[in-house]
Design a protein around this ligand. Structure first.
Ligand code: ADA
Length: 545
C-alpha cells in the first residue's frame, strides 16, 4: 500500500513490491520490498552495499520510476543501464525511462547504508540507519506531456475559502497544440486558462471554493482534487491529491489554526520497530497513532527526518498535527563543514517540502535538530536552510530544536522558538527556574515576542524495571521526571507546545551510543513493542486537561 487513496485514474501506476532478489557480499536471499534488510534473519547485522534485482513486465512508453525511500544511498539501473543516483533514506525520488518497449525488464538497485565521509547526514547516531528499499517502489506510465506535481495552498480570508493551485507540468512542446488543465473538487469543476504547449509550464491560479468544511483536528475533513491534463481537448494525464482547508499562522505569541490559538500536546517519534525496522506496515503505523490518541496527544514531530507518506496520509485523516523535519541530528560544526553537507541538506529539504506540501496535517517545518546554532558558521547554515524552506513554502511557520542554552545565535531566524530541555535528566536544575532563565535570555537574543515549544524533554526508563527507590532507569523515575516537566512547561504562558521525547524506545548505533542500555534510546513512554510504561498514565493525565 503506497497511499491511502488512488493518485491516478488515467495514468497507469504499478507498485513493484513483493520479493526482490538480494545479494550482499556473495550471500543471496529473497528480500521483501518495502522492508529493512535487518529484519531478514541472515542480514540482522549487515551494514554495507547490497544489490536488489527484480524482473518486471512493463507497459511500453515513457516510465516514471519512483522510490519512496531507499536507505541510504541508491544507484538505480534499468535493463543494466544506470539511470540515476540518490542520497538519503527518507525522501522520495523519481527517474525517467523513455521509449521503453512493452514486455520484460530488469530493475536493479545498488543500496548502501554504510557510514563514510561522503555521507554528511547519515552518520552513526542516536537512532538507527537501517538498510534497504525501506519504502514502496512505483512505476508509472506517462504520456509525452504529464502533470509533474500540484502545489495546493488553502487560505481562509474574510470568511471565504480559497485554494491556490500551482501546477508543474512536464510538457513535450508541440507547435500549435493547446493544453488545458481542469480539476474537480467537491463535485465542482475548476479550470485554468488554456495554455500553449511549451516545455515545463507552470500554471498558477487562485480559486474561490464554496461549500467546503474546514480541516481541524476534531473534524479532519479531506477532499480529493482530481486534476486532468488535456492536449487539444483529449485527456492525456491526471493526478489526484487529497487536501484539507486549513490555515496556519504565527501571530504574536500564538500558533493559530484557522484563526484560533492551539496548544500542541505531542510526541517525538522515530520510524522504528523491532519487527519491521524503519519500514512499519500500515497497521503498525495506524497502531502508533491509535496509542498516541489514547495518550491524549494531538501532534507528532517526525524527529529527525521526513516520514513515510502513508503515515502523513493517516495523520491527515485522523486529524493529527505534524511538525515535519528535514534530516539532521546533533551535527557539530565540523560535521556541518563536510563538503557534502550543504548539497545533501538542500536536496532533502527540496524533496521533503515539494513531496509533502499538500498534507494538511503538516503545520510546521523543522530543520537541523541540535546542530551548531551557537557558531557563526552554523548560523550561515541555519540561515540558508530555513530560507530555502521559506522560499518553497510561505504558508507554514519554520522552527528548529535547539539545545544551546544562552549561546544560540539563530533564534531570529525561526518563527517559533523551540528548545530541547532535559531537566531532571541531563540538566540538574529546577525546571521552572531554568525555563524562566532561558526565556529571559531568548527574549533578548532573537526570540522576542515569539511562541515557544519545548520540543524535547523526558527521561530514560527501562520497560519492566521497577524499583522501590525510584532509581535512574526505573519506570518510576521516568514517570516522575515527565510529571514534573509537564507541570512546569504547560504552566508557562509563552509555551504553546510540549513534545515529549519520545513515543517509543528506538534502536541506536552501538558504536557511538554505547552508553544506552540495550543499545536503545529508552526514553519512550512505550517500549519498542509499544508496551506502556508507568509514564504512559502520567502523560494521559496531563494531556487530558
Ligand atoms: C537530543 C536529540 C534526540 C535524542 C535525545 C536524547 O535531544 O535531539 O535525538 O538523542 O537528545 O535522548 O538524549
Amino acid at each position: 500500500m503506497v497511499r491511502m487513496f488512488d493518485t491516478h485514474q488515467i495514468r497507469k501506476s504499478i507498485e513493484i513490491g513483493g520479493l526482490w532478489e538480494f545479494e550482499a557480499e556473495d550471500r543471496k536471499a529473497s528480500m521483501p520490498v518495502p522492508a529493512s534488510w535487518e529484519t531478514h534473519p541472515e542480514f540482522r547485522d549487515y551494514r554495507g552495499k547490497a544489490v536488489y534485482t527484480k524482473q518486471v513486465l512493463l507497459p511500453g512508453g515513457d516510465l516514471l520510476l519512483t522510490f519512496k525511500g531507499v536507505s541510504h544511498t541508491a544507484k538505480v539501473f534499468f535493463d543494466g543501464i544506470e539511470i540515476g543516483r540518490h542520497y538519503n533514506a527518507y525522501t522520495p525520488f523519481t527517474f525517467y525511462a523513455q521509449n521503453v518497449e512493452e514486455g520484460a525488464h530488469t530493475i536493479a538497485v545498488e543500496v548502501d547504508n554504510s557510514f563514510h565521509e561522503e555521507s554528511a547526514l547519515h552518520i552513526s547516531n542516536d537512532y538507527f540507519t537501517y538498510g534497504g528499499i525501506i519504502r514502496p517502489v512505483v512505476v508509472e506510465c506517462v504520456a509525452k506531456s504529464y502533470i509533474d506535481r500540484l502545489e495546493c495552498t488553502p487560505d481562509i480570508r474574510d470568511g471565504e475559502t480559497y485554494l491556490k493551485v500551482k501546477a508543474y507540468l512536464s510538457i513535450c512542446s508541440e507547435e500549435g497544440a493547446k493544453l488545458s488543465l481542469t480539476f474537480s473538487l467537491n463535485n465542482q469543476i475548476y479550470a485554468f486558462p488554456e495554455a500553449d504547449s511549451k516545455e515545463n509550464t507552470v500554471l498558477e491560479k487562485e480559486f474561490r471554493i464554496d461549500g467546503v468544511d474546514l480541516w481541524t483536528p476534531d473534524t479532519p475533513t479531506l477532499y480529493l482534487l482530481n486534476a486532468v491534463l488535456s492536449r487539444n481537448g483529449v485527456p492525456v494525464d491526471d493526478l489526484i491529491e487529497r487536501i484539507g482547508f486549513r490555515a496556519v499562522k504565527v501571530s504574536g505569541r500564538d500558533i493559530l489554526l484557522n484563526g484560533s490559538p492551539i496548544f500542541l500536546k505531542g510526541f517525538n517519534r522515530h520510524e522504528d520497530h523491532p519487527l519491521f525496522g524503519a519500514s512499519l506496515p500500515f497497521q503498525a503505523q495506524m497502531y502508533d497513532l491509535q496509542i498516541l490518541r489514547e495518550l491524549g496527544s494531538n501532534m507528532v514531530r517526525t524527529s529527525h527526518y521526513p516520514n513515510d507518506e502513508l503515515f502523513l496520509d493517516l495523520c491527515d485523516q485522523l486529524g493529527f498535527l505534524v511538525w515535519e523535519e528535514s534530516h539532521a541530528r546533533g551535527l557539530n560544526e565540523e560535521q556541518m563543514r563536510n563538503p557534502n553537507f550543504d548539497r545533501q541538506s538542500e536536496d532533502c529539504i527540496r524533496e521533503m517540502v515539494t513531496c509533502h506540501y499538500n498534507h494538511p496535517c503538516i503545520i510546521i517545518w523543522g530543520a537541523l535538530n541540535e546542530c551548531a546554532s551557537w557558531s557563526d558558521y552554523g548560523m550561515l547554515c541555519y540561515e540558508k536552510q530555513l530560507a530555502q524552506i521559506k522560499a518553497l513554502d510561505q504558508s507554514r511557520p519554520v522552527t528548529y530544536a535547539s539545545c544551546h542554552f544562552r549561546n544560540d545565535k539563530c533564534m531570529h531566524l525561526a518563527d517559533i522558538v523551540s528548545y530541547n530541555i532535559y531537566s531532571g535528566w541531563y540538566v540538574k536544575r529546577d525546571t521552572t527556574e531554568f525555563l524562566n532563565e532561558l526565556i529571559t535570555w531568548t527574549e533578548k537574543n532573537g526570540g522576542s515576542g515569539k511562541p515557544y515549544i519545548i520540543s524535547e524533554f523526558g527521561a530514560g526508563g527501562i520497560y519492566g524495571f521497577r524499583d522501590a527507590r525510584h532509581v535512574k532507569w526505573s519506570e518510576e523515575r521516568q514517570a516522575e521526571i515527565i510529571d514534573e516537566n509537564l507541570t512546569a512547561y504547560c504552566s508557562h504562558e509563552f509555551v504553546k507546545g510540549v513534545i515529549i521525547w519520545q513515543f517509543c524506545d528506538c534502536l541506536v548505533s552501538d558504536d557511538s551510543f554505547y552508553a544506552r542500555p540495550k543499545t536503545r534510546n529508552n526514553k519512550g513512554v512505550v517500549d519498542e513493542y509499544r508496551r506502556p510504561k508507568i509514564a504512559f498514565e502520567t502523560v494521559k493525565k496531563h494531556f487530558a486537561v
